[in-house]
Design a protein around this ligand. Sequence first.
Ligand SMILES: [Zn+2]
Length: 237
Amino acid sequence: MDTDQALRHDVAVANRIIERFGLATAYGHVSTRIPGTGQFYIPTRRSPGLADENRLLVIDTDGRILSGEGTPNSEFWIHARIYAARPEVNGICHAHPLNCISLTQIGEPHRVVHNQGGAFADGVPEYGRIGLIRSRELGDEVAASLGTGIAVMMRGHGVTTASGDVRSATIAACFLEESAGLQVRMLSAAGGDAKRIRAFTKEEALLTRNQTGPSAAAAGRAWEYYAAVAEAKPLGG
Ligand SMILES: [Zn+2]
């Protein structure tokens, strides 16, 4: 497999991962920057669980569709404008995971409550506007909310993660939803009293980020696992 085909393959697998792991159903998308360009690969407008590496679109940071057949996802502006704002970002995942959405709708910020949550030691900002990101302007707003971070929660909508490559962006989204799920469970067990949660200190969170974060050495193992499960699980599984 040449480098370009390998990248396309990763994009398709990444999209199947977010569907198989319950971060998305019919809607959601993962993209990768074509190295050294202002262009990116993204699937056509269908469930990420149906992503096909041979049917990807090439879109640029101004939202122009340069190649590929089919309709783009209406929220491709999220990807276009984050790639424009963040030259070091080469992978972006946008999904609608239920636990993250739950946190936004009870006004609870993300807290680091387990090792894999350490990736978010710097905090996860919130984008508060409701509705889909279907314009350049709204894409710029999301990019501004994300700032220099790895993830942004989108109120009543979902999450967007951005990282140095498509694999780590995808793993970050999986880790964030796992973390949010634990936080929701802990809040419930604590009768809704957030003060009872023993969230990691900044120092503890940074320690675990270095050990287990999606850009750490351990990420290779995480991608291997998520990719293998995504290939083994049936659609909707
Ligand atoms: Zn969305």
